[in-house]
Design a protein around this ligand. Structure first.
Ligand code: SAH
Ligand code: SF4
Ligand code: F3S
Length: 476
C-alpha cells in the first residue's frame, strides 16, 4: 500500500508529514494516563495506531496532542525508504530530552515505545542505538500492549516483541472502534508474499493473511453505528483478499464479494479499497468496480516502472502490456474512474531508454493522481545486491521529469471537474470562517462555504475552481 500524502488522509501521504493520532481526553477514567502516538508511513500504520489507542483506552490511557507530558509515547514507524527509517532516530533524540525534562519536573516517568515496520526490521538495533526506548513492538503484537507495558513497569527493563502472528492479532483486537471522523480505514488483509525485489514489506509485515468476513463486518457495523459514512478497506495486497464465505457454503470469497457484502451495511455510503496489485485483479472485482454504486470511482494501481526489463528485475510478475490491458478493462467497466499509481525511478539497471518507457506509460494511461519515489536501497532485499545501481543525481533528474508530467496530468484532471457537481463527504471546517472541508469521490480535498451542521453528510458541491491538489466549489 502507499504512503500517505499531506493532500488527504485517505490517499497516500508523503512520508515526511507523519500523521498524528489525536483523541479527546477521556474524562471518565480516573487517574487516566496520557498517550501520545506519532504515525509514519502508510494507511495501515494509521489504522494500527488507532487500534493501539483502542487497546489502551480500557487500561486508562487517553490520547493527547503533544508528547511533552505523555506517560507513554509510541512512534509507529515506517521502513519503506531509508529516509523514513532514519527519521525515527532523530525523533527519539527529541523524545529523550522530553523524557528527561518531564522527570526533572517531578512528573514521573515516560515510557517510550517504537512500533511498526522499523521496530520489526531493526528491533535490536533500536535498543542498542537508543537506550531511551523501553519497548519495541512489531506490527503483529499490538494486542499485547497492555501486558507489555505492565512488564516494562514491573521489570524496569526493556521489552522486545516481534512475533509474527497476524491471525492472533486480529482475533485478540476488539471489533469495536473509536473512529476519529466520518471516514475510516479497516484492515482486511495484511502482509505480502510477492517479494518485489525493492521492498521490505514482506519482511516487516510477514506473510499474506486475510481476516474472516464476520470479523470485518462486525467492525464495519460498529463504525457505521458510530457515524462513519466511508470505509476504506486496506491491505498491502488488498485484492489478494480471500476468505471462507460466511454462509457455510464452503466457497471462497474474494475482495469483490466482500465489498458487495460491506456495501449492504446501512449507514456506509462510500467504499474504497487500497492497495491493489495488478496480478491479483480478478474479473469479479472488475465487475464490482463497474456495478457497486457505493464503490468510489477512484482506483490506485501501482505499476512502478514502464519497462518490461525493469518490471522483471523488480519481480512484479506482469508486463507493461498486461497492465495497460487491465486498465482498459477497468475503464470499460467503470468509465468515470480516475486512476492513481506508484512509480519508482532509478531501480538498478534502469537506463534512459527504460525510463522513457515509464514516461510512455504515464502518457498512455493518464493518471488523476500519483506517488513517485527515487529507488531507495533497502538492506536485506534482493535489489540491494544488484549491479548497476543508478547514481543519486540521475535518480533526482528522472524523478523531476516524471513528476512534472504526473502533476500536469493531476492538474488537468482537477481542472476537468470545474463546472461539475460532485458529492462531497464533509469532514470538518476549513481554514476560513464559514468554510467547510470534505472529500470528492476522487479523494480531492474540497473547500466550500456552508453551515457546520453539514459535517458528516454527503452534499452536492459545484466545482468552481481547481488547483493541483484541491478543489473549490459552492454548495449546489
Ligand atoms: N503493496 C503495494 C506497495 C506498498 S509500498 C504494491 O505492491 O504496489 C508503497 C510504495 O512505496 C510502492 O508502491 C513503491 O512505489 C514504493 N516503494 C517501496 N519500496 C521502495 C523502495 N525501496 N524505494 C523507493 N520506493 C519504494
Ligand atoms: Fe512490497 Fe511488492 Fe508486496 Fe507491494 S507487492 S508490498 S511492493 S513486495
Ligand atoms: Fe507501511 Fe511503511 Fe510498513 S509503508 S507497511 S509502514 S514499511
Amino acid at each position: 500500500m502507499s504512503d500517505i500524502s499531506p493532500r488527504d488522509k485517505n490517499a497516500p501521504r508523503d512520508i515526511d508529514t507523519p500523521a498524528i493520532v489525536k483523541r479527546e481526553a477521556n474524562v471518565d477514567i480516573p487517574n487516566s494516563k496520557k498517550l501520545f502516538i506519532k504515525t509514519y508511513g502508510c494507511q495501515m500504520n494509521v489504522y494500527d495506531s488507532e487500534r493501539m489507542a483502542d487497546v489502551l483506552a480500557p487500561v486508562g490511557y487517553a490520547a493527547v496532542d503533544t508528547p511533552d507530558e505523555a506517560d507513554l509515547v509510541v512512534l509507529n514507524t515506517c521502513h519503506i525508504r531509508e529516509k523514513a527509517a532514519e527519521k525515527v532516530y532523530s525523533e527519539l533524540g527529541r523524545i529523550r530530552k522530553m523524557k528527561e525534562a518531564k522527570a526533572g519536573r517531578g512528573e514521573g516517568d515516560m515510557t517510550v515505545a517504537v512500533a511498526g515496520c522499523v521496530a520489526q526490521a531493526e528491533g535490536e538495533e533500536i535498543m542498542r542505538r537508543a537506550p531511551v526506548v523501553d519497548m519495541v513492538l512489531g506490527p503483529q503484537t499490538y494486542h499485547k500492549l497492555p501486558e507489555m507495558i505492565a512488564r516494562v513497569s514491573r521489570a524496569q527493563g526493556e521489552v522486545l516483541e516481534t512475533d509474527f502472528d497476524t491471525q492472533e492479532k486480529f482475533d485478540e483486537l476488539p471489533t469495536t472502534r473509536d473512529p476519529k471522523g466520518f471516514s475510516a480505514f479497516l484492515t482486511v488483509q495484511e502482509g505480502c508474499d510477492k517479494f518485489c525485489t525493492f521492498c521490505v514489506v514482506p519482511y516487516t509485515r510477514g506473510a499474506e493473511v486475510s481476516r474472516p468476513v464476520e470479523q470485518i463486518v462486525a467492525e464495519a457495523r460498529d463504525l457505521a453505528k458510530k457515524g462513519v459514512r466511508e470505509i476504506t478497506l486496506i491491505g498491502q495486497n488488498v485484492n489478494a483478499y480471500h476468505a471462507d464465505a460466511p454462509d457455510g457454503s464452503g466457497k471462497t470469497w474474494g475482495l469483490g464479494a466482500l465489498i458487495r457484502h460491506v456495501a449492504k451495511i446501512g449507514g456506509i455510503d462510500r467504499i474504497r479499497f487500497t492497495t491493489s496489485h495488478p496480478r491479483d485483479m480478478d474479473e469479479d472485482l472488475i465487475k464490482t468496480l463497474g456495478d457497486e454504486e457505493k464503490l468510489m470511482p477512484y482506483f490506485h494501481l501501482p505499476i512502478q516502472a514502464g519497462s518490461d526489463k525493469i518490471l522483471r528485475a523488480m519481480n512484479r510478475g506482469h508486463s507493461y502490456a498486461e497492465y495497460r490491458d487491465l486498465i482498459g478493462r477497468i475503464r470499460e467497466a467503470r468509465p468515470d474512474i480516475a486512476l492513481s499509481g506508484d512509480f519508482i525511478v532509478g531501480f538498478p539497471g534502469e537506463t534512459d531508454l527504460d525510463f522513457e518507457q515509464t514516461l510512455k506509460c504515464v502518457d498512455e494511461i493518464v493518471y488523476g493522481s500519483s506517488f513517485s519515489f527515487k529507488y531507495s536501497v533497502r538492506p536485506g532485499t534482493p535489489g540491494a545486491g544488484l549491479p548497476r545501481q543508478v547514481p543519486e543525481d540521475v535518480k533526482s533528474e528522472r524523478l523531476k521529469i516524471l513528476q512534472d508530467r504526473l502533476y500536469a496530468q493531476q492538474f488537468a484532471f482537477n481542472q476537468s471537474l470545474v463546472g461539475k457537481t460532485l458529492p462531497v463527504l464533509v469532514e470538518g471546517t476549513g481554514r476560513e470562517d464559514g468554510q467547510l472541508f470534505g472529500r470528492s469521490p476522487y479523494l480531492q480535498g474540497t473547500h466550500f462555504m456552508g453551515a457546520e451542521n453539514l459535517i458528516g453528510q454527503i452534499v452536492p458541491v459545484q466545482i468552481t475552481s481547481a488547483g493541483k491538489n484541491s478543489l473549490i466549489g459552492d454548495l449546489a
